[in-house]
Design a protein around this ligand. Structure first.
Ligand code: ADP
Ligand code: MG
Length: 478
């Protein structure tokens, strides 16, 4: 039996967050009435000329620096010719032989903690096409050209990934970087961040590559993962059956979870690329690159490293927090306002808080429990006012708007019982009420101990200090 290994390379399209389009002054704002944001340049009307948006160039350079790439001092726009209703000019302005960014790299952290480098072949600037709307009209297809001319960078990876999981880790990291840099909103529902996945398989250990298929336009991490896994399974079945893989473009159907053939793969020479005579080469002076480098924010991996040293976090926690700039800021703000250990802060953020955010489908920036409020809650755990268990109830109450931790603890009388004589009274009562279990425990059934702890906690409405309860129970049961 052959053991197959998957080979995956991603092409990620990132919409740049410029105000205006890459070659015109039309707005890039999402959601406008169809065809209200496409000007003569976007439509390719005769006699107009494109003018390059400097901001798009700056953003591409920022991205290149963030992935340790080479920034080309000289890059060239090229026409990629094809016919499609949402491409009014009959060509897309892209970059071909001389892209603005080349030879980058990115590290991903695998499940076992091992770091793996993924090579980034290139990232080039290009314009987006318009959109064909097939669903709104009977018998007709609508064309909305608002998106035509929106700036994109297309980030092309080396075929360095070996599983859907690795592909997702890589894609998430790129997503995180563009959001940190502020060069894209990364909104996948709105199509600001989408991916074509190239997949092939080969017998494990082989040095060459198998024939690949390309799955187009995946706009969620989940779809990318499912589409790749489906495709690996499909190709394995074809080859084990003695068949051959056709090099083709496939579509992922999120209803069936399957990919299906769309067209045979086009070759570069099908596009008749040639330098766009309407645009000058882009020349980027070194001092501009250095100026941009000086303005780069702290990036996810740098932040994660700092979190490890500054807060003593382990690599996994540090990376989880650093994935999003907003999450990282929430963590640091909370940590600064509490005496609780950083690890406790992390556990609350990745535990209760994340669960609540997910459940209500909101972002951390919209959290009803602010970092200051969470810090206040953790302080009350830290100073022994409440137990971790009660803290969860207080958290729920803060979430639903009952006020800050101190207010809720006071108004609901949730202070922990730490008075020894009061706890002793509760312990005595539980032992008295359960003579059978006391007998069992004394005859060697250790497990019953947990039963007593549970009863005392219940009797105290969760307020008794668990450590004291344990101690007193042990003493009394001896
Ligand atoms: P194209 O522009 O025609 O799509 P490229 O050569 O630029 O082709 O490759 C596009 C992507 O396909 C890259 O991300 C690359 O890593 C990936 N790729 C190339 N060959 C393979 C292969 N055999 N298996 C999987 N991915 C591949
Ligand atoms: Mg491609």
């Amino acid at each position: 039996m052959i053991r197959w290994e998957a080979v995956i390379g991603l092409e990620i399209h990132v919409q740049l967050a410029t105000q205006s389009k890459i070659f015109s002054a039309a707005s890039t704002a999402f959601g406008a009435e169809p065809n209200t944001q496409a000007c003569a340049v976007d439509l390719g009307l005769p006699g107009v000329l494109p003018v390059l948006n400097l901001e798009a160039v700056r953003m591409a350079v920022m991205f290149g620096l963030a992935i340790d790439a080479t920034i080309a001092q000289h890059s060239v726009f090229a026409r990629k010719n094809y016919f499609y209703p949402d491409l009014p000019k009959g060509y897309q302005i892209s970059q071909y032989e001389l892209p603005i960014v080349e030879h980058g790299r990115l590290e991903i952290t695998l499940d076992d903690g091992v770091q793996k480098v993924i090579g980034i072949t290139r990232a080039h600037l290009e314009e987006d096409a318009g959109k064909s709307l097939h669903e709104e009209f009977d018998e007709f297809t609508g064309v909305d050209l608002n998106r035509a001319g929106t700036p994109l960078i297309e980030v092309v990876s080396e075929p360095d990934m070996r599983s859907a999981k690795e592909a997702i880790l890589y894609m998430k990291k790129i997503h995180s970087i563009v959001r940190y840099l502020g060069i894209s909103d990364g909104n996948m529902q709105e199509g600001s961040f989408r991916c074509d996945a190239n997949v092939s398989i080969r017998p494990a250990g082989d040095a060459g590559y198998g024939t690949r298929t390309e799955i187009k336009n995946l706009n969620s991490f989940r779809f990318v993962e499912r589409a790749i896994d489906f495709e690996i399974g499909r190709q394995t079945a074809v080859l084990e059956d003695g068949g051959e893989i056709a090099q083709e473009t496939r579509l992922y159907d999120d209803v069936t979870g399957e990919t299906r053939s769309m067209r045979s793969k086009e070759e570069a020479n099908d596009y008749r690329y040639f330098p766009d005579p309407d645009l000058l080469p882009v020349v980027i002076p070194q001092d501009m690159v250095e100026a941009i480098r000086g303005q780069l924010p702290e990036l996810p991996s740098e932040k994660a490293t700092r979190f490890c040293t500054q807060y003593g976090l382990d690599a996994h926690d540090a990376e989880t927090l650093a994935t999003s700039r907003e999450l990282a800021e929430y963590f640091e703000h909370t940590a600064r306002h509490t005496d609780a250990k950083a690890k406790l802060v992390v556990n609350w953020i990745t535990g209760e808080l994340s669960a609540a955010l997910n459940q209500d489908h909101i972002e951390i920036t919209e959290s009803p429990v602010s970092s200051t409020m969470l810090a206040g809650l953790l302080n009350r755990i830290e100073d022994g006012t409440i137990s971790g268990k009660i803290a969860k109830d207080v958290f729920r109450s803060m979430w639903t708007g009952e006020g800050d931790a101190d207010t809720i603890i006071e108004s609901r009388g949730l202070r922990q019982i730490t008075d020894d004589s009061e706890i002793e009274r509760l312990v005595d009562q539980v032992l008295q009420d359960n003579p059978e279990q006391v007998e069992q425990f004394r005859s060697g059934k250790d497990k019953v101990f947990g039963f007593f702890v549970g009863r005392v906690m219940k009797l105290s409405q969760g307020k008794a200090n668990p450590k004291q309860v344990n101690g007193l129970l042990r003493k009394k049961l001896k």
